[in-house]
Ligand binder design. Structure first.
Ligand code: SAH
Length: 463
């Protein structure tokens, strides 16, 4: 065992990091989960680092690391992504007694950061001694324990560590190892054993030496209603392979946790760095990342094709000549009917269901109210909280029965899910009284199944 696994108590201890780019961000996201006194040295820090400094979560020094900066530091991270600068800062830190980690350079590091599964209060750390420079972490935090094909042993990769130095650090090298580890390697192992694996490593390296960097690509991925277990396997894989994840406000932190550790996370729906982004800005951001060669995951709550402004983003991406694919997700309507033990359609009750939006970019949205007001109609109303009174007025005006059941499901599938069962008549008043703050879906024409007690019991049994 070359590395001895320990958990270090970092509360109040000085941890120093040099660097302000993607590698620094990835390490800082982990370090910010601790109580360490974090000091970052970067001349041009990423905006996230500036925000963290403003929030007093770390101390930012806008200059390069100098002698004395690592005095009394417990750990030091060299994260400038530049071999010369990393060697310089690592030497300074070592001289001042800190334990040193150089990002993407296992052999010159004194400690490594393992893959971490954080399920507070339980933390599982997973390390591997055979991890080559810049390889994808074979047991990365986000990878599940599902059965996988057999993998080539670490010994071959060890032997290759230095040969791979001919590839530039970063994406190309990572792609090389991913290709070897997840595709070509296992195939060769299956077909021709260890000799074939060695040959594959060599020919793959020749191939990657001359290969252009992989073109950027955008995956429009549905994140579902919030419960991570309702992600599709395709969504998980996309998160696993993402360089950049651009997500909206509806995506829960539990789901973002599943993104590849090194992935850059961009919140396009929150007022993080100034006012929330406009659709044009989001389009430009997606295109800019993909043009730089990134595998971009555009992660949207629910299903990306339902009130997700997907077409505008696809247009921007295709106009820029970038490839894309769409991964569907479970939409809020499906999640919400499940929560009240109902079906979206039911023989003898409703043979169609409408998905409506309460408001669109121009204000409250108009619909075929007369058709909807007929008995037995069912509609799933998205973004319907603010427009409840407007919708009620329109429906009653077109002859809807005031006693028509209406059910509002807030935070469907999340731990704080709430169900409000009311009628068309009482909807606005009951909504105001309930004071819902989370995303909520309104079902017009549906009440929770009468056997509510049985439903609760089943839920508890499966909890
Ligand atoms: N693409 C999303 C919808 C985006 S519009 C989907 O397919 O679900 C945003 C609206 O979706 C919210 O205003 C709310 O009405 C609904 N919504 C999203 N997530 C929800 C959840 N977990 N519970 C209830 N409603 C939700």
């Amino acid at each position: 065992m070359k590395h001895f696994p320990i958990f270090v108590a970092l509360e109040g201890r000085r941890v120093v990091l040099s660097g302000g780019g993607d590698a620094a961000l990835a390490k800082l996201r982990l370090l910010l989960k601790t109580e360490a006194a974090i000091h970052v040295y970067a001349k041009t820090p990423a905006p996230e680092i500036v925000t963290w400094a403003d929030e007093a979560r770390l101390t930012l020094h806008r200059r390069t690391l100098a002698a004395g900066d690592c005095e009394g530091a417990t750990l030091f991270y060299a994260a400038d992504e530049d071999a010369t600068e990393d060697a310089r800062t690592a030497a300074l830190a070592t001289a001042e007694g800190a334990l040193v980690n150089i990002v993407d350079n296992l052999s010159d590091s004194q400690f490594i950061t393992p893959a971490i599964v954080d399920r507070d209060p339980v933390t599982v750390a997973i390390g591997t001694e055979a991890r080559p420079r810049s390889s994808p972490a074979p047991l990365s935090r986000s990878r599940g324990a599902a059965a996988r094909p057999s993998r080539p042993s670490g010994a071959h990769r060890q032997a290759f560590r230095h040969a791979v130095d001919v590839l530039p650090m970063g994406r190309r090298r990572r792609d090389y190892w991913a290709d070897y580890y997840f595709r070509q390697g296992p195939r060769a192992l299956e077909q021709g054993g260890p000799d074939a694996v060695r040959r594959t490593l060599a020919s793959l390296l020749d191939d990657y030496k001359t290969r252009e960097d992989r073109a950027g690509h955008v995956a429009f991925v549905g994140a579902g209603p919030g419960d991570p277990e309702l992600l599709t396997l395709k969504a998980r894989r996309a998160l696993d392979e993402a360089d950049v994840v651009i997500h909206d406000r509806l995506v829960t932190p539990e789901i973002l946790e599943l993104a590849r550790r090194e992935a850059v996370l961009v919140d396009a729906g929150k007022e993080g760095f100034g006012p929330s982004m406009t659709q044009d800005e989001i389009n430009r951001l997606i295109v800019a990342h993909a043009e730089s060669g990134a595998q971009v995951v555009r992660l949207k709550g629910g299903d990306p094709t339902v009130f997700g402004r997907l077409d505008e983003e696809i247009d921007a991406v295709t106009e820029a000549g970038i490839t894309y694919h769409v991964v569907p997700g479970i939409t809020a309507a499906s999640a919400s009917v499940a929560a009240i033990g109902q079906s979206l359609t039911s023989r003898g009750r409703n043979s169609s269901v409408r998905f409506l939006t309460g408001h669109d970019t121009r204000g409250f949205a108009d619909h075929d109210w007369a058709a909807l007001a007929r008995p037995g109609e069912v509609a799933a109303i998205y973004m319907g909280k603010k427009s409840a009174r407007f919708i009620q007025g329109r429906l009653i005006m077109h002859g809807a029965d005031r006693a028509t059941p209406v059910t509002v499901i807030e935070n469907a599938t999340r731990p704080d899910q709430r169900v409000l069962s009311t009628t068309l008549d009482a909807l606005p008043a009951d909504l105001t009284a309930a004071g819902l703050t989370g995303p909520a879906l309104t079902f017009y024409g549906l009440a929770p199944r009468a056997a509510q007690a049985a439903l609760t019991q089943t839920k508890q049994e499966f909890a």
